[in-house]
Design a protein around this ligand. Structure first.
Ligand SMILES: O=C(O)CCC(=O)c1ccccc1C(=O)O
Length: 329
């Protein structure tokens, strides 16, 4: 196929209620919807929505990348997924822009073959399509509010809750998790996310106190670059360790594997620069014996669907963080 045109539109949405995390609150999301057309009139859609605080380029840089792509990608020929990856190599330092361009190109390439993304991915990489389980998210809110929120989520059918911790004093974190556990009973999975908030010593103390509440895993208990502490934490307290902010690109994933710094890796397509890169990361992690969880970065509809399509092609058993679109107003 030959790329005929590339357009991008800025868009912005607020969240129905801001998500409170240890790194502040996320209240709105801003990015670009990208459409790429071919000479037959087919159009593929992508989304580039960088998030402050994660390892992504700022929004202005995303815009520059897309404007550059408008000049450089038109009239280019694509005959394979490898061609798409080669065309986008210069965008590797700009993961949100790369994500949006890749998704639009892969979507267009799939449409040319009369396919949607999951069968296209399976045709190229193998696997079977399944519907991933998902978790609900509870921010670092007051324990009584967390209980009410959890009650609603369980009534809606969620069987796995992810609770944010690390933003208050630990007593409030513990109360939040304990109150939700006693509300939902023992059949519901609870995972927690500290978003890098703790020192190693605090993590050991806090996780030992939380362990009796039956915690599936803790995401990113310590700063992203302290893989040595992550590796030690796996042995110095009972809760499984998930790396999230520590996985910004494939080289970091390899470090985590080499240093045995996590039991689980959280892979975010917007952070890793696209669903193809994330597919590669997932296969590397699974082959190394790590569990994989795919999550959005609270994106819009196009990126959320892309992440879901990707997850549906991978042998993932744990609940994924893919149920976030309803947070958009
Ligand atoms: O994991 C989920 O369920 C949703 C994703 C999520 O919580 C998130 C969303 C945006 C930025 C960071 C995070 C995070 O996992 O820390």
């Amino acid at each position: 196929m030959i790329i005929q045109c590339l357009a991008f539109e800025p868009y912005r949405f607020t969240l129905t209620s801001p998500l409170q995390t240890a790194r502040g609150e996320i209240a709105c999301r801003e990015g670009f919807v990208i459409s790429i057309g071919d000479r037959q009139g087919l159009v593929g859609y992508g989304e580039a929505t960088p998030l402050d605080g994660l390892a992504m380029e700022p929004l202005g840089m995303t815009r520059e990348c897309l404007a550059n792509a408008q000049r450089s990608l038109v009239n280019m020929q694509i005959s394979s997924l490898a061609d798409i990856e080669n065309l986008l190599s210069e965008y590797e330092p700009y993961p949100a822009a790369r994500h949006g361009l890749e998704l639009a190109l892969v979507d267009l390439y799939a449409k040319q073959q009369g396919l949607t993304l999951p069968p296209l991915i399976i045709k190229h990489f193998g696997g079977v399509i399944h519907l991933p389980k998902v978790n609900a998210v509870i921010g670092a809110i007051a324990p009584q509010l967390a209980v009410i929120k959890a009650q609603g989520q369980i009534q809606t059918g969620y069987r796995c809750l992810k609770i944010k911790v690390g933003s208050d004093d630990f007593a409030t974190d513990w109360q939040r998790v304990a109150a939700v556990r006693s509300q939902v009973g023992n059949d519901i999975q609870i995972r927690i996310d500290a978003n890098q908030a703790w020192t190693e010593a605090a993590a050991i103390a806090n996780l030992n106190k939380l362990a009796p509440l039956d915690i599936e895993y803790v995401e990113q208990p310590v700063p992203f670059d302290d893989l040595a502490a992550m590796a030690r934490l796996r042995r110095s307290q009972p809760i499984a360790i998930a790396a999230d902010e520590s996985v910004n690109h494939l080289a970091q994933l390899q470090q985590i594997i080499n240093r045995q710094a996590a039991d689980i890796v959280i892979l975010k397509p917007m952070v890793l620069g696209g669903i193809l890169t994330t597919h590669r990361a997932a296969i590397i992690a699974l082959d190394a014996g790590l569990d994989v969880v795919i999550t959005t970065t609270l994106d819009g509809a196009i990126a959320c669907q892309g992440a879901m399509d990707l997850a549906s092609t991978l042998p993932i058993t744990r609940a994924c963080g893919l149920s976030t679109l309803h947070l958009a107003r």
